[in-house]
Design a protein around this ligand. Structure first.
Ligand SMILES: [Zn+2]
Length: 300
């Protein structure tokens, strides 16, 4: 490589990881009993909530699902993209979270007209999809009737991954504003005895809700991790960025249009109005020109 390339631009030189901001950290207790994932997602969920115009309890549940999906991704191989779909009781409405290997996270709030929020209760379902380079795995679980997002995550981990886990996700704030959002998953490693898990479970149950813990930890994932593993020696295994973003671009929009029947494309191409298509996730608008539509129709 040329000597004129600045050090910071050379591949393989990692930028120093920021100590603040949204991130997910992973740690292992020195006795190989517990694996712990801690996520701070405050800015990420704020971005996703703003893009989806979510309010009130829906915004909180959406924030929890986004955070939970980031945590699930962190429990898996690093190359996985994880998507989670939480369907409301009676199949009314759904929340979607989509967490990518590079930390980019986005989501959808899909509520039918007249429904003000997702209802938890009998008939809820949580679908989790993880996509690697070659395969996609999909699993649907039924969360407990009187639980929330964290309980749904725990049932998923137990049923689909056969890993005993304690999960917590939550927000903290006043007057509907989210000042902190984050969560954790504590897992008992295979082969470890259940004794330490009982002690840990009791300890976690006695702690404040995770949103409050995070506020006390000044929004620091590290401080929250120290609190969770209080007096337990551990090693930090990973620390990575989480952020709100989107994958959409004009070529993806054109590719989805290309699946329309030829006659529909020709009809759109004849129209005098510019075709505007908004991304469902980030609501960015794409203006499609007549010539592009004609090109698609010709190619189809
Ligand atoms: Zn988008």
């Amino acid at each position: 490589m040329s000597g004129s390339v600045p050090e910071s631009a050379s591949p393989g030189v990692m930028a120093p990881v920021k100590a603040t901001g949204d991130r997910v950290v992973r740690a292992l207790s020195n006795d190989d009993t517990f694996r712990v994932m801690v996520a701070v997602t405050t800015e990420t969920v704020r971005g996703a909530i703003a893009a989806q115009h979510a309010m009130g309890a829906t915004a909180r549940h959406f924030a929890e699902l986004l955070t939970g999906t980031v945590l699930l991704r962190e429990t898996m191989s690093p190359q996985y993209r994880v998507q989670a779909v939480l369907k409301g009781a009676g199949g009314r409405g759904s929340l979607v979270a989509d967490a990518h290997p590079d930390g980019m996270t986005r989501g959808l709030v899909q509520l039918p007209e007249g429904i003000d929020g997702l209802h938890f209760g009998a008939g809820n379902s949580l679908m989790v999809m993880r996509c690697g380079a070659a395969r996609m795995y999909r699993s649907v679980t039924e969360p407990p009737e009187n639980g929330g997002v964290a309980e749904a995550l725990m049932v998923y981990l137990q049923n689909s991954e056969q890993i005993i886990s304690v999960a917590a996700v939550g927000t903290h704030g006043k007057d509907g504003a989210i000042e902190h959002c984050g969560g954790y998953i504590v897992q008992l490693l295979p082969g470890a005895s259940r004794g330490p898990l009982m002690v840990m479970t009791e300890r976690l149950a006695a702690l404040a809700p995770v949103g409050e813990l995070l506020a006390n930890a000044h929004g620091s994932a590290e401080e929250l991790l120290e609190e969770l593993l209080y007096l337990i020696p551990y090693a930090k295994l990973g620390d990575s960025d989480v952020h709100h973003g989107c994958l959409c671009d004009e070529s993806a929009v054109l590719a989805s249009l290309a699946t329309l029947p030829r006659d529909d494309l020709l009809e759109l191409a004849m129209s005098d109005e510019v075709l505007e298509i908004a991304c469902d996730y980030c609501t960015k608008n794409y203006a499609i020109r007549r010539a592009q539509l004609q090109g698609l129709a010709t190619a189809s």
